[in-house]
Design a protein around this ligand. Structure first.
Ligand code: PLP
Length: 418
């Protein structure tokens, strides 16, 4: 990346960016919600479109000089429609996944209406009704979880809760759930209960776009997503909806809850969607899943308990109860050894979320670095060593050296698979 000007004018920010580049290069990052966007995405996002106000939508703006902003927004919309087969309408302006959800809620719900979503502590997302989030403050929220034994969504329980509470909106989607979500079944439950159905595919959008996870687009009234997780674009959100809701959603995003769209981010979304339409991206997503499966199997062989016994997607939750280490301490020890994960509550966790009994592990980034199954076996071994010797600084140092060597073999921006 060319940062000559920044280096001269703001050495402090320049240095932080340089160090962040080094961190991303030298550590094995297993954060399930992150990815490394391509150089092309970064270039588009760093472009002069950052200068432009473009309130409104293509061909109907409230500012002059939007002819090129229109070009990139139309490209982003067209490509998103191609990527998500059956999409009748797409809005590419939400600044984030949470704002995409907010636009849907504000479109169809009044304050105090009922929503039913997945429990945060069972893998759901803050914006699905958690009390610390606006969604929990504005609406009366109910939640479904996973079965204690299987670790999987209990669809009969969802149906029972939907019948009992009659929510106006049923939400599907998760931030920490490693199994296929049966969107068709959930859509049927929503229909029976007279609820709108929103599928939030923030985590699995890349898998959905490449037919590596069943798509909710045909069944859901609304589909929301981020663009920066498995989809590997810039940070941001999108909304896909049925044509009948198009006007309502567009009006709610702007002027309802946002001002000017981030045209530079929309340009980068267009670039990411084009990348995602290529056959290589389908292979990349399949490899993410294969890598997660291999990593889960290897950890199970080492004696770790994986929630639900394994994974169908890009991530897994490791249950550390009985391993003599908390999620918080595991996160710290692994990071010292150069492996970045996040602590995560496990279903029915008895510890507070700030400590947690689990860690969440995902493979989008290591797969972007072209690592494959053999490297997953190595990573499982390194994780095992650290977690079973967290206070042994010699082990930590040894692992740190092996992490550095592995990272050197799989450079980030010289060889990223695009
Ligand atoms: C990440 C995530 C979001 C929110 O994304 P932000 O861009 O961080 O607001 C929404 N829903 C789910 C299921 C997520 O995993």
């Amino acid at each position: 990346m060319n940062m000559n000007e920044l280096k001269k004018t703001d050495p402090e920010v320049y240095k932080a960016i340089e160090e962040e580049i080094r961190r991303e290069q030298d550590k094995i990052v297993l954060i399930a919600s992150e990815n490394y966007a391509s150089r092309a995405v970064l270039e588009a996002q760093g472009s002069v479109f950052t200068n432009k106000y473009a309130e409104g939508y293509p061909d109907r703006r409230y500012y002059g000089g939007c002819e090129y902003a229109d070009v990139v927004e139309k490209l982003a919309i067209e490509r998103a429609k191609e990527l998500f087969t059956g999409a009748e309408h797409v809005n590419v302006q939400p600044h984030s996944g949470t704002q995409a959800n907010m636009a849907v809620y504000f479109s169809v719900l009044k304050p105090g209406d009922r929503i039913l979503g997945m429990n945060l502590s069972h893998g759901g997302h803050l914006s699905h009704g958690a009390h610390v989030n606006f969604s929990g403050a504005f609406y009366e929220t109910f939640s479904y979880g996973v079965d204690r034994e299987t670790g999987m969504i209990d669809y009969d329980e969802v149906r029972r809760l939907a019948k009992q509470y009659r929510p106006k909106l049923l939400l599907a989607g998760a931030s920490a759930y490693s199994r296929i979500i049966d969107f068709k079944a959930l859509a049927a439950i929503a229909r029976e209960a007279g609820a709108y159905f929103l599928a939030d595919i923030a985590h699995i959008a890349g898998l959905v776009a490449t037919d590596n996870h069943p798509s909710p687009v045909a069944y859901a009234d609304f589909v929301t997503s981020t663009t920066h997780k498995t989809l590997r674009g810039p940070r941001g959100g999108i909304i896909i909806c049925k044509a009948e809701y198009a006007r309502m959603i567009d009006k709610m995003v702007f002027p309802g809850i946002q001002g000017g769209p981030l045209v530079h981010v929309i340009a980068a979304k267009a670039v990411a969607f084009r990348e995602a339409l290529r056959p290589e991206f389908r292979r990349y997503q399949l490899q993410i899943i294969k890598n997660a499966g291999e990593l889960a199997d290897a950890l199970v062989r080492k004696g770790f308990r994986v929630i639900s016994g394994g994974t169908d997607n890009h991530m897994m939750l490791i249950d550390l109860t009985g391993m003599n280490i908390t999620g918080k301490d595991a996160e710290t020890a692994l990071d010292r050894a150069g492996i970045t994960v996040n602590k995560n509550a496990i279903p029915y966790d008895e510890k507070p979320a700030s400590v947690a009994s689990g860690i969440r592990i995902g493979t989008p980034i290591v797969t972007s670095r072209r690592m494959k199954e053999p490297e997953m076996v190595i990573i499982a071994d390194l994780i095992d060593r650290v977690l079973k010797n967290k206070d042994n600084s010699e082990t930590i140092k040894h692992v740190r050296d092996r992490v550095k060597a592995l990272c050197k073999r799989f450079p980030v921006y010289e060889d990223i698979e695009i």
